[in-house]
Design a protein around this ligand. Structure first.
Ligand code: XMP
Length: 518
């Protein structure tokens, strides 16, 4: 599909659900293009874009209170297929004159769904009984006129409703969450079987659209971007560079806290593979000076953040007439910081944080990844042809190895850690592991212990090895690495890294531990 083609568009009416972007993501996974819009968008505005289907999200409110968020009821008589999820189902039921009741006790958590009407197209391919995820405080008592109840659970007689003639459906449960066993099938049924939308959207289409949007936002102005070596800033910068070419200047600050050979290899990738216009600043000495003698991890983080901003400002000041700043903000960052959904750039004046903004500079943000999840960003990176060392890069703390050298940071201790870490990575990457650990690295502890090497007694450093399995870093388990692999890692580290005579493997999960030791 070319960028000028208009794909079949699904509008997701957002009633303030925690899961709105997850619905969007599942829609994209079904290869359908979608946009999230405010719940009260007038029907004429949607009709002008010829929607292929409409999804109503859940929301924190009750439809039974007087100022409950509303939708334009015209959309229910428009003939466009509608799927209401949770609050969305209750709202469409209420607007179509079904009775509702407030539950005495909220239903929250897993439930067993019983399909009452297996002939409903919404449940094609769905088992008669399956697990779903519920979260609601109100319930539909009877289906609206013209509808039938098509599924139930123990606590909820009407867990789904449908009117095949009007192609309007509602589910009390959440099909978008992984805890709903057939959630993907149910959404696929709605999009493909009921709304008859083809399999037509791909990450390539996201790239085309993002590039067109960036061009429209930026026009002929100059743009800057801070590259960290991570996948988010690299993908965001590459999109902007494809959109506006030489108008973009990227700044990469080598803080001396990256892993072995990493600074050189990312700068090469930025220049030679991604063809970015990069100013690489060697600031290794400056960061070491700022960190000299600092032991407290928070203090390290603060000093690194400030130094980064100082250097970024110095460099940015050399580029005249900059109007825009690219940031690789992802959807989870948007939720965490609760910043408003971006439409043509809100202006910000900022004073903190990595990837952060020069103090006192008034720049408009370009955030092409704001609606995506991490793995979708990696998929965009692959479409853009970014090299694996960037696309597959493990999560890495902004303050880099400074938080993995416990205690005072010095060039000597950084070198020890880098060598040990390179062995951990080399050995783990050489082993076909299932599942592959999500993150793995070495930590240089501030402990010295006694050992014996050759004929001599040693008193040297303890290196800890951390390897975890995780979905998202929020919780994690220690990886059950094969003993032979651990043995090779340990023996190589003590033999090849001067100043290390002992290796320990971290066998704590998160919680109660964290991933980084700091
Ligand atoms: P913790 O140690 O909090 O780490 O369990 C959870 C995940 O976050 C990564 N991490 C960071 N990522 N900037 C980042 O982008 C940071 O400052 C930072 N600190 C920790 C950590 O590596 C793990 O994957």
């Amino acid at each position: 599909m070319k960028s000028t083609d208009v794909p079949a568009t699904v509008f997701i009416l957002d009633f303030g659900a925690q899961y709105s972007q997850l619905i969007a993501r599942r829609t994209r996974e079904a290869h359908v293009y979608c946009e999230i819009v405010p719940h009260d968008t007038p029907w004429e505005a949607l009709a002008a874009r010829s929607p292929a289907a409409i999804i109503l999200t859940g929301g924190p409110e009750s439809v039974l209170v007087p100022d409950a968020p509303e939708m334009d009821p015209a959309l229910l008589s428009s003939g466009v297929p509608v799927l209401g999820i949770c609050y969305g189902m209750q709202l469409l039921a209420r607007d179509l004159k079904a009775p509702l009741v407030k539950l005495e006790r909220r239903e929250y958590g897993p439930a067993e769904l019983r399909v009452e009407r297996p002939e409903s197209p919404l449940f094609a391919g769905v088992s008669a009984r399956s697990r779903v995820w519920m979260s609601h405080g109100d319930s539909v008592l009877e289906p609206p006129p013209g509808f039938t109840a098509i599924a139930s659970t123990d606590r909820c007689n009407i867990a789904a409703i449908g009117d095949d003639a009007r192609r309007i459906y509602g589910t009390q449960f959440h099909p978008e969450v992984v805890q709903t066993q057939y959630g993907k099938q149910i959404l696929d049924n709605f999009l493909h079987r009921i709304a008859q939308i083809g399999d037509q959207w791909r990450m390539e289409s996201f790239v085309d659209r993002a590039i067109a949007d960036i061009r429209a936002q930026v026009g002929g102005a100059k743009v800057i971007c801070a590259l960290s070596g991570g996948v988010d800033s690299a993908v965001a910068a590459t999109l902007v560079s494809r959109a506006v070419g030489e108008q973009l200047s990227c700044i990469f600050v080598d803080n001396g806290l990256l892993r072995k050979n990493e600074a050189r290899s990312v700068v090469e990738a930025f220049k030679d593979v991604m063809h970015l216009n990069v100013i690489a600043v060697d600031a290794r000495e400056r960061f070491l000076e700022r960190l000299a003698g600092v032991i407290d991890p928070e203090e390290k983080r603060i000093r690194i953040g400030h130094e980064f901003i100082t250097i970024f400002e110095e460099q940015a000041a050399k580029i005249p007439d900059v109007k825009f700043l690219v940031q690789g903000t992802l959807y989870p960052d948007v939720i965490e910081s609760k910043t408003p959904q971006s439409k043509a750039g809100h202006k910000i004046k900022s004073h903190h944080n990595v990837g952060g903004l020069p103090e006192g500079m008034l720049l408009e943000l370009v955030e092409p990844l704001r609606s995506l999840f991490k793995d979708e960003v990696r998929a965009v990176g692959r479409v853009l042809g970014l090299p694996p060392q960037i696309v597959e890069r493990q999560p890495f703390p902004g303050p880099g190895l400074a938080v993995r050298v416990l205690g005072a940071v010095s060039e000597e201790r950084l070198t020890t850690l880098r060598e040990a870490d390179a062995i951990v990575r080399d050995e783990i990457e050489g082993e076909p592991l299932h599942p592959k650990p999500w993150q793995y690295f070495a930590v240089l502890t501030p402990l010295l212990s006694v050992g014996v090497m050759g004929d001599g007694r040693t008193y040297a450093n303890l290196v800890a090895v951390r390897a975890i399995t995780s979905e998202d870093g929020m919780t994690a388990d220690w990886a059950r690495l094969p003993q032979s692999l651990l043995e090779r890692i340990s023996s190589r580290i003590v033999n090849e890294v001067p100043g290390v005579n002992r290796v320990a493997y971290d066998i704590t999960s998160k919680p109660p531990s964290t991933v980084e030791w700091e």
